[in-house]
Design a protein around this ligand. Structure first.
Ligand code: PLP
Length: 386
């Protein structure tokens, strides 16, 4: 299976026709428990109880592991549950981690507000600058946590360079690959040790399910994560993993269209007088464009921009579009708009994370791009008083 193309693995990895019925599609094993052959008679790999393992979940885990080029995949109840498991599997009191200065607000909150209570320290750094990352590393650093492209500023980190810094320090590099997806970027192949996903986003792809995943090539870490997940219980239900499994089958075609549309939206915004700055890794002027071109297939579906008239205009415009829906989250087929400072990244206010107050974030969907551009132009025009 590993030598087959991405689209083929998305449809077939972990998804053999059901041996008993011939069902082509993996069934939703909506069961909490499994009949056993005899007391204590279960064998390695047998199913016992669905917190521990479930066949629909196994199919998703094999599919995702194949796409990320990982030996092991573990599905979780949400992206945050996946991140929490990695942080708790790797870090102990007294340890330190380095985190990007524009990481997802929920990840920052978990590290800053929850892990800090357990004696785990962190340093926030600009991950696009390898010297700053090197300077942030301490003897007790065990983890560098990276998003590339990052949320919401679409910052680009050189994953291979960060992996080298982490490994020199005896630490691991974790990449949150939610924005890129394995279709656009495979961090493990670039030297990262662990990949995490909010499968809620592009992988599920239809804004109808919340989930998360961890991928790694390390056997021992997989055992620790498996133990933690079973001990703490943050597992997704069978229907949710089935929706994610189904969504991933069309990931490649969806991502191509997300990229096409986002490129055009970014170019349109860059030429608009009411837009002060556009953040999109595909624009040649974007810092990190060259690194992105080296490590990504294309540049993704997320675009952020600063409104030239400031925060109030950014807020008004975000509520004024008709096709772009004002909502948190991203990566679904429909276009979304939001104000990170007041919405997804509100939990970072007052911290070192710098999210400009006039920033608007777009998750560009797969609608007809002409309609999307018309919608944005109209909303930007409105805030000029026309
Ligand atoms: N990582 C990134 C980059 C995200 O954008 C999000 C959610 O927005 C998460 C992780 C958390 O995922 P979830 O909402 O599935 O818990």
């Amino acid at each position: 299976m590993d030598n087959l193309g991405f689209e083929t693995r998305a449809i077939h990895a972990g998804q053999e026709p059901d041996p008993r019925t011939g069902a082509v599609i993996v069934p939703i094993y909506q069961t909490s428990t499994y009949a056993q052959d005899g007391v204590g008679g279960t064998r390695e790999g047998d199913y016992e109880y669905s917190r521990t393992a479930n066949p629909t979940r196994t199919a998703l885990e094999e599919q995702l592991a194949s796409l990320e080029g990982a030996r092991h995949g573990l599905a979780f109840a949400s992206g945050m549950a996946a991140s929490d498991a990695v942080l708790r599997a790797v870090l102990r009191p007294g340890d330190h981690l380095v985190l990007g200065n524009d990481a997802y607000g929920g990840t920052f909150r978990l590290i800053d507000k929850v892990l800090a209570q357990w004696g785990i320290a962190h340093t926030v750094a600009d991950l696009s600058n390898v010297d700053r990352v090197r300077a942030a590393v301490r003897p007790e650093t065990r983890l560098i946590w990276c998003e590339s492209p990052s949320n919401p500023l679409l910052g680009i980190a050189d994953i291979a360079a960060l992996a080298a810094i982490a490994h020199d320090a005896g630490a691991r590099l974790v990449v949150d690959n939610t924005f890129a997806t394995p279709y656009l970027q495979t961090p493990l192949a670039l030297g990262a040790d662990v990949v995490v996903h909010s499968t809620t986003k592009y992988l599920g792809g239809h804004s109808d399910v919340v989930g998360g995943a961890v991928l790694t090539g390390e056997d021992e870490l997989r055992e620790q994560l498996f133990f933690l997940r079973n001990a703490a219980g943050a597992v997704p239900g069978p229907f949710d993993v089935w929706l994610t499994l189904r969504g991933i089958k069309t990931l490649a075609v969806r991502m191509e269209r997300h990229c096409d549309n986002a490129e055009l939206v970014a170019e349109t915004l860059a030429a608009h007088p009411k837009v002060a700055k556009v953040y999109y890794p595909g624009l040649p002027g974007h810092p990190g464009h060259e690194v992105a071109a080296k490590q990504m297939r294309r540049f993704g579906g997320m675009v952020s921009f600063r409104h030239a008239d400031g925060e109030r205009a950014a807020l008004e415009m975000s509520a004024r579009t008709s096709l772009f829906i004002l909502a948190e989250s991203l990566g679904g087929i429909e276009s979304l708009i939001e104000h990170p400072g007041r919405m997804t990244h509100a939990s970072t206010s007052g911290s070192l994370l710098q999210v400009p107050a006039d920033l608007v974030r777009l998750s560009v969907g797969i609608e007809d791009v002409r309609d999307l551009v018309t919608d944005l132009r109209a909303a930007l025009g409105w805030s000029q008083g026309r």
